[in-house]
Design a protein around this ligand. Structure first.
Ligand SMILES: Cc1cc2nc3c(=O)[nH]c(=O)nc-3n(C[C@H](O)[C@H](O)[C@H](O)COP(=O)(O)OP(=O)(O)OC[C@H]3O[C@@H](n4cnc5c(N)ncnc54)[C@H](O)[C@@H]3O)c2cc1C
Length: 366
């Protein structure tokens, strides 16, 4: 069969792009190396009847009304609002840092106005250079040394296996610090989880007469699909045969356990910045609201090798990415290829950003 477009990868990026082309009358083939669709946001119902996220907890949140409208064409969403607790000095406290966190960890009873002054005093009492040159400085410049040590220093070491001083200041971004008592993890106006799961949402995206799906096929090993346009959502460096070197990713060991108890912890996600080897524990039924006499939890252990999870924002990787992106631009300008998504652009995307970028790139072509 002849195709107009071959899409490599059935994650969110590839599936949104495939849908866009199909809706404009193109015949699209989607090739996916896994035996399931949805890429990193894949989920499934386990033996305890609880929907678990195969590659770690995924919460949909966006400020973009168009993306929110778009995803709700393919699934209804729950009104779940994400809340995270952090295990600090033996206590569970709300995270990101807000008025309640500060009052709890320092045994205070500050008002919102007083929290702002408290943070200012924390920053002033900290050892800080004129300009923040690394991740440590960037965080301390926002919350001061004591909160940095409590919530960020060791978490960062666990997550990246690097000293915070070795990481780029941009990684800190704007650390959300709230002077009010809003304990939500995200304050985006639109948030929730797809009622029937992310896998179903992606299946619905791909459910179009113009889309054919081939699962369990690695495009590099079965490249005989010729089409005027290839949309690539796999690893950037692999596409170019590692010409400029291998881009580094941080990976995770995921340890799922089903326990014979109804409830395991107080929140859907508990972070462990300092204690234990794991970075966080997720209890899935608290994300989905499903009922079961059992519960399924997930321990996450960061590691260097394995399934690529997070791009590593080091100088070497950033420079290497730039060199690959020159080649990408060349192919995209020729009109033969599009590179979309977290792997193909070597860029951290939240799901809403991945969707937005796939929509805009696909629409720029059709
Ligand atoms: C631990 C973790 C937690 C996250 N939590 C959130 C969250 O809470 N909220 C949020 O908004 N975002 C979250 N994200 C980000 C989210 O996972 C991504 O935005 C989204 O999955 C990106 O989709 P994608 O299609 O670009 O990439 P992917 O999902 O990786 O899809 C790429 C697909 O291409 C396939 N592929 C690659 N190479 C080939 C090949 N050669 N042949 C065939 N197929 C190939 C892959 O198998 C994969 O299915 C999280 C990410 C991680 C790692």
């Amino acid at each position: 069969m002849e195709f107009d477009v071959v899409v490599v990868g059935a994650g969110l990026s590839g599936s949104v792009a495939a849908r866009e082309f199909a809706e404009r009358g193109k015949r699209v083939l989607v090739v996916e190396r896994h035996r399931h669709v949805a890429g990193h946001c894949h989920d499934y119902r386990d033996d305890a009847g609880i929907t678990v996220h195969t590659y770690g907890p995924h919460i949909f949140h966006t400020v973009d009304a168009e993306v929110w409208r778009y995803v709700r064409r393919f699934s209804e969403f729950s009104s779940y609002q994400h809340r995270v607790l952090s295990y600090a000095d033996g206590n569970l406290v709300p995270f990101p840092i807000n008025r309640l966190t500060i009052n709890q960890v320092f045994g205070l009873a500050l008002s919102s106005e007083e929290v702002a002054a408290f943070l200012e005093a924390e920053r002033e009492a900290s050892d800080l250079p004129e300009t923040s040159a690394n991740y440590r400085d960037a965080v301390v410049a926002q919350v001061g040394e004591r909160l940095y040590a409590m919530f960020f220093r060791n978490y960062t070491r666990k997550q990246w296996n690097r000293e915070p001083e070795e990481l780029a200041p941009e990684l800190a971004g704007r650390i959300p610090v709230r002077t009010n008592a809003d304990t939500r993890y995200f304050v985006d106006p639109y948030q929730g989880l797809p009622l029937h799961g992310y896998t179903r949402l992606v299946e619905n995206l791909l459910d179009h007469p113009g889309i054919s799906l081939l699962l369990g096929a690695d495009w590099f090993e079965a490249k005989d699909f010729h089409a005027p346009l290839t949309v690539f959502t796999g690893e950037l460096d692999r596409f170019f045969d590692y010409r400029f070197g291998k881009l580094e990713y941080r990976s995770l060991s995921l340890d799922f356990r089903t326990l014979d108890v109804e409830s395991f912890q107080e929140a859907s996600v508990v972070n462990y910045p300092n204690d234990y080897e794991w970075t966080r524990i997720t209890e899935f039924k608290k994300l989905t609201g499903e009922r079961s006499p059992k519960t399924t939890i997930l321990y996450e252990y960061p590691k260097a090798e394995g399934e690529p999870y997070y791009v590593v924002p080091s100088k070497t990787n950033t420079e290497m990415r730039e060199r690959y992106m020159v080649e990408v631009k060349r192919l995209e300008e020729k009109g033969s290829h599009l590179f979309i998504g977290r792997l193909a652009e070597y860029k951290y995307y939240n799901m809403d950003q991945a969707i937005k970028s796939a929509l805009s790139k696909a629409r720029s072509v059709v």
